[in-house]
Design a protein. Structure first.
Lengths: 353, 989
């Protein structure tokens, strides 16, 4: 059984506080992952293990990846923007030269060019607009104000603008401050910023939605598609339910996708990004509907866990995100070694020939 | 001697500490230069020579405080060793030097004592510093010093003849140049030599109990020093010394009958001794100790050095390279002996020496101890190695020697091959013994030489003997162990390979047969190693064969069914296949077999039978040819009989006996050898008493059995091999030719019980060494035993069936063609079917009329077809009907749900739709076929004109990378299941 859309998956850009080095990674749990990078827990990437580069600061994250694979693909593309198959080769090479202002005739195309913060941000901007990722429900969130300003400054010059549905927001996070490890007294443990700690990494966002759908399913009333008006089965078919609590509209997946695409005006696309509920006309994100649908069709375990933990935790008013933490721990962080590009290039070369 | 004289001079001059230190420091560095250049060496040699040479052993020198001095000493010694190697020179020189030293020492005693006290202090400080600084570096300089020492030794001899004063003067001169920096040449020169001797002495004293011995050793050391100096000055003197050495060697044990120079030297020695005891023990002892340790260490190693040295002397101008090498080797070898000597000296000296000296001695002792341990270990190893390698020339103890013995045959193949060149193991043991003796002798003379040098020959001899004994003990212990081990190994090998002996006894014809059998032995070497009686195996095989014969006979008697006979040979051949090597030879055999099979008519089966029975492969082959052509039935029984070693018995008795024998054999077989056991059971299964086979067997026994008896293991294997070969041939041939007949006759008769047996047997055969077989075999035996008890023609037929089953298994394992399988399984009809099936597939391939399309050339490329392909894909996806099962979404729904699309799966799905395709250029064959079709339809042929940009193409499935591109275009997350050259992750990106 395939897994449902993950509650949270992000790619992030780390910046070393001690040196001007950067790291791009992906994780379903940025707070935990940042702790790993900073050595407070095991599992940090080797590239971030150098003590002199710690603490690492999570400057920004790209969120909304609909699957682990999507996040990994984006991570790799971001790490190896000069080699990713998601950018046409000619464009890629041109960008590499442009980003490498001191070009030396590009000795070997496969070699990763030195990446400055500016180049990384530009790459991120470019990738967000690339066909492969342009319709993914991605959003960008900055934690470092200085980097956000850099982003703003550079992206303003970019000819192509990101689609409006990609939200770029800044939530300033305190710079990582060393905390004395109570056990050892070392100053090698760094506090995870509260903003990052507060990132919801569980399905709590869609819990009301799931609850609503469950209630609708329990009604066992015959329903019809809000688009095509034909009969529809919430329990057996792939039906979508408006997340708005008061809206009782249900639609066929197929029908609503066509409607949304029509609303977008992107007839050539397959996957809609957003649209309005045919009944309540509430703007809806396609990803929201899909997350609920995937939870309903494939996330039996996750749904159970979500409610189970909630019941248990109810007395203590602890945030559900905390309750969901254990489940998330099971997921592994995928770290792409930055030397992967050679391998992928091979595959890409095959694909493009 | 010279060293003592030098010491005296230095004392008179009262060299400052700084000077002493300076020369030491200089000495290590200088030795390198000096080594290269002969003249420089003598000067430096004076100070360092004695200690360094012995110290060369390595750790001891470095450890000793006087490391720098020892360096020089060693140099002198090394050269001295080479000189000594020539022989007489050393003895004489040592003795003469000692005497001269004693005589001189007496008068010079007071001076020495005063001077010695100063240098001793200096030495102590220097020694400590030096020890710390130049443990390793010093070691290097020491060897350098040795060379000069050799020269010095020569000079010393000459000096001894001349006069004590000359020696002293010479020593001064030598020292002066060595200590160039020092204002007072005498002082620096004296200082370096003194520290060196003192340190060695202390060490030696601790080790050696006898004072006299220590003194003797010291004397020797001193002599080389002086000799080095003298040699530098006058080479002629060295030549004389050399001659003297030779003389002394001729009479190695010169007790009192030393030449005049010796007496003079003795006087000098006595003087020195007095000095040591009376005045500054540390100083004098150090000098003395330097002398003796140097000499003694060289002694053990001397044999090695001597050889080289002799050559050098003959050449008279030793090349620098050779000297260095010699030094190194000598140092390693010498370490043990010199250390012990040094310890004895040190102990003696310590008693006389001041507290400082004691401290030094303790330090040195500790250092020496460490060095000694290491040295001892090294020596033992070296010696052990040397003994086996260098049979006669034990002197040249080098790692090579050790290597050679190690390399000697340890593997089975080596052992086997070694038999063909059997003498090697034997020579090893004798060589070792000879080496031992040679080495012992060599060390002894050295020790004796030392004693000669010393005034008290007995003491020296004792001392020398002690070290020798130690050496001998260590070496013998190790050597004997090795030697014993080697001989044991060889003996074991010989025992394991009884064939060798048998071969020698056998006549040429029999030897040839045995050689062939020996090949078989290779495969069975493991069995031989088990020590279980090969006779058991033979017996088992014989019993099996007998039983087979019996069964055959019964069959023939009861019902003359050709198939029965054919089945038997098959079984035997199969057994033979078990041997690994036969597999290699199968091809050739198979060819012959095929020919035979063609020739063979149905009656041939009986003929085949004898062939199978034949144990010898060659014979069997020949017999096969003959049999096939001539069809001689008697041969088969004969061959069988040869295999059978059991006594003849009546038919009835045979059955019972054979059954018993089988049971007995089987049990051992199971336990003993899997390989062997496997064939026997098969034979055992064929228990049928036949009168004729006994008769036949008897003649065979005479010929084949006897030789086989000698190599029991070989025999069974050979027999099995032969059988195997024969079986293969027979099986194949009958399969092709006689299968139908067999099927008709055999099908009803063949019981199912046996086939499993045969299979089991086959299994065991193929792997030969596989452990799995063992369990199977017992089962087979049990089955066979059960089957055997009711020996009847039918049962025999059953056996045949079992054989067929075996063939099946074999086929899987080996090359054998399908026909054999077909037989067993079947009965006539299946066989032809099998043959028919094979050709069929070939026929199928031809067809395939592929429609040809005339398309623009650009559409052949992905980029060209992309504009049309992608919309087609998109529309196809959109048109997919929504699924009614939430758990099985359509591809469209998967995409909508942000599923990661697996490119391979998606591509496979898309390729099920006819309108999703790409093009590839059509082949001429396809075009022709299509045009032919078009012509048949009376349509216009497809043609393409060059330059039109159109091509004839055929449809082609889309590929995963195209789907991936489409996914990228549609912002669909697409992953590859797995990349060929990478992990699954690669596809993700």
């Amino acid at each position: 059984m395939e897994k449902p859309i993950p509650a949270f998956y992000c790619c992030y850009l780390l910046r070393s506080k001690n040196r001007k080095s950067y790291y791009i990674g992906s994780t379903p749990n940025p707070a935990r992952r940042l702790g790993q990078h900073n050595g407070s827990s095991k599992g940090g990437a080797k590239r971030t293990s150098l003590q002199t580069k710690r603490p690492w600061e999570m400057t920004c994250i790209v969120t909304g990846f609909p699957s682990k694979y999507a996040a990994l693909q984006f991570e790799w593309a971001w790490q190896n923007t000069h080699a990713t198959r998601h950018i046409d080769r000619d464009v890629r090479d041109a960008r590499v030269e442009a980003l490498q202002k001191k070009t030396k005739a590009t000795p070997s195309r496969r070699r990763r060019p030195p990446m400055s913060l500016e180049a990384r941000l530009k790459n991120l901007h470019f990738l967000l607009g690339v066909r492969s990722f342009s319709r993914w429900p991605l959003h960008v969130r900055f934690f470092a104000p200085d980097i956000f300003t850099t982003w703003e400054r550079h992206t303003a010059k970019m000819a192509s603008k990101l689609r409006a549905s990609i939200t770029i927001q800044l939530t300033p996070a305190d710079s990582p401050a060393p905390i004395a490890d109570p056990s050892t007294g070392d100053m090698t443990v760094f506090k995870i910023p509260d903003v990052i700690q507060a990132i919801p990494v569980a399905y709590e966002d869609c819990k009301p939605h799931v609850e609503k759908v469950n209630s609708l399913v329990e009604e066992q009333r015959p329903r019809s598609c809000g688009v095509c008006s034909t009969s529809l089965s919430l329990s057996s078919g792939l039906a979508l339910v408006c997340p708005v609590a008061t809206c009782r509209s249900t639609c066929h997946l197929h029908c609503l996708s066509i409607r949304f695409l029509a609303e977008e005006g992107s007839q050539d696309a397959l996957i809609p990004i957003e649209g309005t509920c045919p009944s309540c006309h509430t703007p809806l994100k396609w990803s929201t509907l899909m997350k609920e649908l995937s939870l309903r069709t494939r996330g039996q375990k996750e749904t159970e866990a979500m409610f189970k933990i909630k019941r248990r935790r109810k007395p203590d008013a602890i945030s559900e995100s905390d309750a969901m933490e254990p489940q998330e721990l099971g997921e592994e962080d995928e770290d792409l070694d930055e030397t992967w590009m050679e391998d992928v290039d091979d595959g890409e070369a095959v694909a493009t020939t | 001697m010279a060293g003592a004289t030098y010491d005296i001079v230095v004392l008179s001059s009262s060299p400052p500490d700084s000077l002493h230190v300076g020369p030491r420091a200089l000495s290590p560095a200088s030795p390198l230069e000096r080594r290269v250049a002969m003249p420089a060496s003598p000067l430096r040699s004076l100070s360092p020579p004695p200690i360094p040479k012995r110290a060369v052993a390595g750790a001891s020198l470095s450890g000793s405080r006087a490391a720098p001095v020892p360096m020089g000493v060693e140099r002198g010694f090394a050269t001295a060793r080479s000189l000594l190697a020539d022989i007489s020179i050393n003895d004489r020189g040592l003795s003469a030097i000692e005497e001269a030293l004693e005589s001189r020492r007496v008068p010079t005693g007071p001076e020495n004592t005063i001077k010695a006290s100063k240098p001793a202090r200096k030495r102590a400080t220097k020694a400590t510093a030096v020890d710390e600084d130049a443990a390793k570096p010093k070691a290097k300089p020491k060897p350098r010093g040795r060379k000069p020492k050799t020269t010095s030794a020569e000079k010393v001899t000459s000096n001894a003849s001349n006069a004590e004063a000359t020696a002293t003067t010479s020593s001064y001169f030598a020292k002066l140049p060595g200590a160039d920096v020092a204002a007072s040449t005498r002082e620096p020169a004296a200082a370096p030599p003194e520290p060196k001797p003192r340190k060695p002495r202390t060490k030696k004293a601790t080790t050696d109990n006898g004072e006299i011995q220590t003194t003797i050793k010291k004397v020797r050391v001193t002599k080389p020093r002086g000799a080095t100096k003298i040699t530098k000055k006058v080479q002629e003197k060295a030549a004389e010394v050399a001659s003297a050495h030779f003389r002394s060697r001729g009479a190695e044990h010169h007790t009192a009958g030393l030449n005049q120079p010796d007496t003079t030297v003795a006087g000098g020695q006595s003087a020195r001794v007095g000095d040591d005891t009376i005045w500054d023990v540390p100083l004098s002892p150090s000098a003395r100790s330097n002398g003796p340790p140097k000499q003694r260490p060289p002694d053990p190693d001397d044999p090695l050095d001597l050889d080289e040295a002799v050559s050098r002397r003959r050449d008279w101008t030793p090349p620098p390279d050779t000297k260095r090498q010699e030094i190194l080797t000598s140092s390693t070898g010498k370490e043990n002996k010199p250390v012990a000597e040094k310890e004895s000296f040190t102990s003696l000296l310590s008693g006389y020496s001041y507290a400082r000296m004691e401290t030094q001695s303790q330090k040195s002792a500790s250092e020496t101890a460490c060095t000694e341990v290491t040295g001892a270990m090294k020596r033992r190893r070296l010696e052990l190695l040397d003994l086996p390698n260098h049979q006669v020339a034990s002197r040249q103890a080098s790692p090579e020697k050790g290597k050679a013995p190690k390399k000697k045959p340890r593997t089975i193949t080596d052992l086997v091959t070694g038999q063909y060149a059997p003498q090697q193991p034997l020579p090893d043991s004798p060589e070792v013994s000879s080496d031992f003796f040679a080495r012992r002798t060599t060390p002894v003379p050295k020790t004796t030489k030392v004693s000669l040098n010393d005034m008290a020959d007995e003491d020296s001899t004792k001392v020398s003997k002690k070290p020798v004994r130690k050496r001998s003990t260590s070496k013998p212990a190790s050597k004997p162990g090795e030697a014993k081990g080697k001989p044991k190994k060889t003996s074991a090998k010989a025992a394991a390979k009884p064939k060798l002996v048998a071969e020698t006894l056998l006549s040429p014809a029999s030897a040839l047969s045995r050689l062939n059998r020996q090949d078989v032995l290779f495969g069975t070497s493991s069995q031989l190693a088990r020590e279980e009686s090969p006779t058991m195996v033979r017996d088992l095989q014989n019993a099996i064969r007998e039983s087979e014969q019996d069964a055959e006979l019964r069959h023939s008697l009861a019902s003359n069914d050709a198939p029965a006979f054919a089945a038997w040979p098959r079984l035997q051949r199969i057994e033979g296949r078990r041997a690994l090597w036969k597999a290699s030879s199968r091809d050739d055999e198979g060819h012959t077999l095929e020919r035979q099979s063609v020739c063979l008519p149905e009656p041939d089966r009986t003929q085949d039978f004898p062939l199978v029975i034949d144990k010898m492969p060659e014979q069997s082959d020949d017999s096969f040819l003959d049999i096939n052509d001539f069809a001689p039935p008697p041969q088969a029984p004969i061959s069988i009989s040869s295999d059978l070693s059991t006594p003849p018995s009546t038919v009835v008795d045979d059955n019972a006996v054979t059954a018993e024998a089988r049971a007995a054999i089987r049990s051992p077989c199971l336990d003993m050898d899997n390989f062997l056991s496997c064939p026997p059971p098969v034979a055992g299964s064929k228990e049928v008493a036949v009168e004729g086979h006994f008769l036949k067997s008897s003649p065979f026994r005479d010929i084949n059995d006897f030789p086989r008896d000698l190599p029991p293991s070989n025999q069974p294997v050979d027999s099995s091999f032969l059988d195997i070969n024969d079986f293969i041939l027979s099986t194949r041939t009958p399969a092709a030719n006689t299968l139908p007949t067999l099927a008709s006759t055999g099908s009803p008769k063949k019981p199912r019980d046996r086939p499993p047996k045969s299979q089991s047997a086959i299994r065991s055969r193929v792997p030969a060494s596989a452990p799995v077989r063992v369990p199977k075999k017992p089962i087979a035996h049990a089955q066979s035993s059960t089957a055997t008890s009711p020996s009847t023609p039918r049962k025999s037929q059953n056996r045949f069936h079992s054989i067929e089953a075996i063939l099946d298994s074999e086929d899987d394992e080996a090359l054998s063609p399908t026909p054999p399988r077909a037989r067993p399984l079947a009965h006539s009809p299946p066989l032809p079917l099998v043959f028919d099936t094979t050709p069929n597939p070939a026929k199928d391939t031809a067809d395939g009329l592929v429609p040809i399309y005339r398309i623009p050339e650009t559409k052949l490329t992905f980029d060209g077809i992309r504009p049309t392909l992608f919309p087609a894909l998109t529309s196809l996806i959109r048109s997919l009907p929504p699924s009614t099962d939430a758990s099985k979404p359509s591809w469209h729904e998967k995409i909508l749900m942000y599923d990661a699309i697996v490119a391979e799966d998606f591509t496979a799905f898309l390729n099920t739709h006819d309108h999703i395709h790409t093009y590839k250029r059509a082949t001429q064959k396809q075009i022709k076929a299509w045009n032919k079709e078009l012509r048949a339809r009376r349509e216009e042929e497809m043609k393409v004109v060059e330059g039109e940009g159109m091509v004839l193409a055929v449809e082609k499935e889309i590929e995963a990378y195209m789907v991936q591109k489409w996914c990228e275009e549609m912002s669909v997350c697409c992953v590859f299941k797995e990349r060929k050259n990478g992990g699954a992750r690669k596809g993700l990106y």
